[in-house]
Design a protein around this ligand. Structure first.
Ligand code: PMP
Length: 425
């Protein structure tokens, strides 16, 4: 395929006409597909249906899980999360259905009550958060909701630009946190390299109440057990660096068992956990221990989780293949787009030519395929280059994905040619 850059004016015009005609034809197909969010497919959810039938209620230590009590969660659920998140069980607190909810609570109590004795953030003139981009839209929405100023940090293949992170964190006491999805990141699917993790552990924040929000949502979510990323253990690195309180680790079963109906956890130093629990005791008597127990009974241990995740991979990996092979076949060599080939997670991050992402999304929508809004992976919804698009292959069937991707690549070509024509004519 000839690069668009090298096409003559006449060739560009004829290509534009051809693509416009193809687009009109696609519109007539009347597609109605939604790949805007990384939801597990019903087939994936079915993998955990047996969990719904478990009706035990007594924990190993005799706790009656039908009754009140136990703010930290039952011991065996703490152990299960300890294995997933690589944090000792005594440093894990298991909570309700949503890790995002816990992140919100963490911010909320920092705003109203500070962090382990610091001035409550609401009393400060300004609170800033570092936001590696592109990143998870809900992290950014949450920060915006609390009125934090968000600062974009570019992400490379090794993780966030650490030179920039170090500079900001050590120079500016208004910076109180950084969002990280360190493994199979949302949306790039990259995992932070060892050196990046070590540099995080060695941060020297100007603010004593600065914390790393380490959202390890995709810790066990690889496609191939023989070829997967391994994330260095930040909890251990922080301890080694004499910085044990720097870190909150989050995780959940939302993409292991049921999305929004699993269990979640936070891992943190004893001092952090003590502080959190003191505050949390004013908020709840305890989380749903029956669901914790069901999860432990169903998955048993890390090896149970791993074998379950293999079943997820068998469903989801072929969908990523559909997406990636379509991109390679249709766009490879044209030099109008770049994308990442993740080894796990839920997304493919795609870059159009600068200034084309919004148009691609709107063209897709016009022909019946809803994608994540352009700019969603950036603070305030603003992608400075208007080029990032998050592709979420999990929910659609392979056949539906094939149709959606056929339209998507066509829209990328069309928007790119329109852009080239604008520049030339
Ligand atoms: N963090 C990341 C990075 C996510 O992609 C998602 C969506 N699955 C969540 C958190 C939400 O997790 P939960 O359902 O536990 O709130």
């Amino acid at each position: 395929m000839k690069k668009y850059e090298s096409l003559t004016k006449a060739e560009l015009t004829s290509l534009l006409n051809e693509l416009e005609a193809n687009y009109d034809e696609m519109k007539r197909k009347g597609l109605n597909l939604d790949m805007s969010r990384g939801k597990p497919s019903p087939e994936q959810l079915n993998l955990s249906n047996e969990l719904l039938k478990i009706d035990i209620f007594t924990a190993k230590d005799g706790t009656d899980c039908r009754n009140y009590g136990g703010l930290t969660g039952i011991t065996e659920a703490r152990q299960l999360f300890a294995d997933i998140l690589d944090v000792p069980a005594e440093n894990v607190m298991v909570a309700g259905n949503s890790s995002l909810n816990m992140m919100y609570d963490m911010l909320s109590r920092s705003v109203t009550h500070g962090v382990m004795g610091s001035i409550p953030w609401c009393k400060l003139e300004k609170v800033k958060f570092l936001c590696p981009v592109p990143g998870y839209d809900r992290h950014f929405k949450m920060s915006e909701f609390f009125g934090f100023e968000m600062i974009n940090i570019p992400i490379k293949d090794t993780g966030p630009d650490m030179e920039l992170v170090e500079k900001y964190v050590s120079d500016d006491a208004e910076i109180k946190g950084i969002w990280c999805v360190p493994k199979y990141s949302n949306p790039q699917g990259i995992s932070f390299c060892d050196e990046t993790v070590k540099r995080f552990a060695r941060l020297k924040p100007a603010a004593p109440d600065f914390r790393i929000f380490w959202d390890n949502a995709y810790a066990v979510h690889h496609f191939d057990e023989n070829n997967h990323d391994v994330l260095l253990n930040l909890f251990v690195e922080c301890e080694k660096a004499g910085n044990p309180d720097l870190l909150y680790v989050f995780g959940s079963f939302s993409k292991i068992s049921f999305a929004g109906a699993g269990i979640s956890a936070i891992g943190a130093s004893k001092a952090n956990l003590d502080f959190i629990q003191k505050s949390l005791a004013n908020q709840t008597i305890g989380f749903d221990k029956l669901n914790m127990l069901r999860h432990v009974e169903f998955f048993k241990d890390l090896s149970g989780i791993k074998s379950h995740m293999k079943k997820h991979a068998a469903i989801i990996a072929p969908k990523f293949d559909v997406v990636l092979s379509c991109l390679t076949k249709q766009l490879g060599g044209l030099e109008i787009a770049k994308w990442q080939n993740p080894k796990g997670g839920y997304f493919v991050s795609f870059e159009t030519l600068p200034g084309c992402a919004k148009q691609v999304i709107s063209l897709c929508k016009g022909a019946g395929v809803t994608m994540t809004e352009a700019g969603a992976a950036f603070p305030y919804g603003i992608d400075p280059d208007d080029s990032n698009i998050r592709i979420a292959p999990s929910f659609l069937t392979e056949a539906e994905l094939g149709s959606a991707m056929e339209l998507f690549v066509l829209c990328v070509k069309l928007a790119s040619v329109r852009k080239k024509c604008e520049e030339i004519f």
